[in-house]
Design a binder for this molecule. Structure first.
Ligand SMILES: Cc1cc2nc3c(=O)[nH]c(=O)nc-3n(C[C@H](O)[C@H](O)[C@H](O)COP(=O)(O)O)c2cc1C
Length: 359
């Protein structure tokens, strides 16, 4: 039986246990220069001290135009590297491996940051405006931006990077038939729809070296699980070492439990189904509402996934992983809807004020 505290080594990077911090963007921290600030460093240090085996730093823009908003972290220029070194140091000093999620908003670009562009001319945030369909040169330029950002991440000392391939952003837009209507080599079958990211992965493997951890956070359903797995197979062929599975443009209702006796929801079950498929070849994690110590143990001890990815659980209590390992009380996430993207952010987490619980 696998235990939560068992280490796992992924392409040379050892995670001391099976709990990872999910990428969770801090909107109010970075300024328009996209640089890391002291609050970021303290935020990630706390989660490393709290026992996460791996920290995945939040979605970080590869170009200024790809930011969620003007107060969003970036790695689009060399001047941004130094701050990331401090995040890496804070994590490594506390025994956590650390990677960074790289992203572009694509069709969903914030007009304050840049033009909406993506695989096809489909409606943007403003349904009356169509996105610019990226031509071959723009595709290559965007891939260059991902590669340059990854090289900066490597220079900052990160153990690897994660491509943000889910939640409806650019890489997800390429794999979804809803947003990718192309008839060239980047549209049509799974191999073609995965090509935008696969070409980035192949370049990263060459340019960042064999020992750099390459992860993709991919859509577990696009438009169904079998097709999403076909896409992920392309990523693995291209050099992806580690799959974290979440939702896509098509998604499951997280409140639906796939079977009543299972303590995890339908989004988590996507990761479980990927793990069944990739078992023994590529480590897989699942995510979503894993807010109980008992759920962490269930998923790992029954070998349903290799790692569990924790978002709001470690936002509510940075020491949640230690609490799981030491079987003690923690501040439990209330699952409140405000802790999501949108006008309610940032908000004060009520779990921090509430009585701690044990599970
Ligand atoms: C405040 C906040 C910020 C988030 N930022 C990101 C992000 O940068 N990248 C990403 O892939 N997902 C992001 N997510 C989604 C989480 O990583 C995670 O998939 C989701 O919250 C469900 O997991 P949880 O129930 O453990 O929080 C964010 C979620 C929240 C609540």
């Amino acid at each position: 039986m696998t235990h939560v505290n068992d280490p796992i080594t992924i392409n040379g990077t050892t995670l001391k246990n099976r709990m990872t911090m999910a990428p969770t963007v801090k909107f109010d921290y970075a300024g328009p220069d996209g640089k890391v600030c002291e609050k970021h460093i303290a935020h990630y240090r706390k989660r490393a001290e709290g026992g996460c085996g791996l920290i995945c730093v939040e979605a970080t823009a590869v170009t200024p135009g790809g930011r969620f908003a003007k107060n969003h972290l970036g790695l689009w220029e060399d001047g941004q590297i130094e701050g990331h070194r401090a995040i890496v140091k804070a994590c490594h000093e506390n025994g956590a491996a650390v990677i960074i999620q790289l992203n572009h908003t694509g069709i969903g670009a914030n007009p304050d940051c840049g033009p909406a562009m993506g695989p096809s001319a489909v409606p943007t945030r403003n349904p009356e405006v169509l996105a610019k369909e990226m031509d071959a040169e723009e595709i290559r330029g965007m891939q260059d931006s991902f590669v340059s950002a990854a090289l900066r991440a490597k220079e900052a000392g990160y153990d690897g990077i994660q491509l943000h391939g889910c939640h409806g952003y650019l890489i997800n837009q390429f794999i979804s038939k809803k947003t990718n209507l192309r008839t060239d080599g980047y549209g049509g079958n799974a191999e073609n729809r995965a090509r935008f990211a696969s070409e980035i992965l192949r370049r990263l493997r060459t340019e960042c070296g064999d020992a750099f951890l390459l992860s993709v956070r991919t859509a577990g359903i696009e438009p169904d699980v079998a097709s999403a797995i076909e896409i992920a197979e392309e990523y693995v062929k291209a050099g992806c070492d580690y799959l974290q599975v979440s939702t896509g443009i098509e998604w499951e209702d997280p409140t639906v439990k796939d079977e009543e006796d299972r303590p995890y929801n339908a989004i988590c079950s996507l990761g479980v189904r990927f793990h069944e498929h990739f078992r023994g070849r590529v480590p897989v994690s699942c995510v979503n509402s894993i807010n109980e110590a008992s759920t962490v143990r269930y998923l790992i001890e029954n070998e349903l996934v290799d790692t569990v990815d924790l978002g709001r659980a470690v936002l509510a209590d940075p020491a949640f992983p230690k609490a799981v390992l030491e079987d003690r009380e923690f501040a439990k996430c209330f699952d409140c809807p405000r802790c999501q993207y949108g006008p309610g952010m940032p908000h004060k987490c009520p779990a921090k004020q509430a009585q701690k619980v044990k599970s």
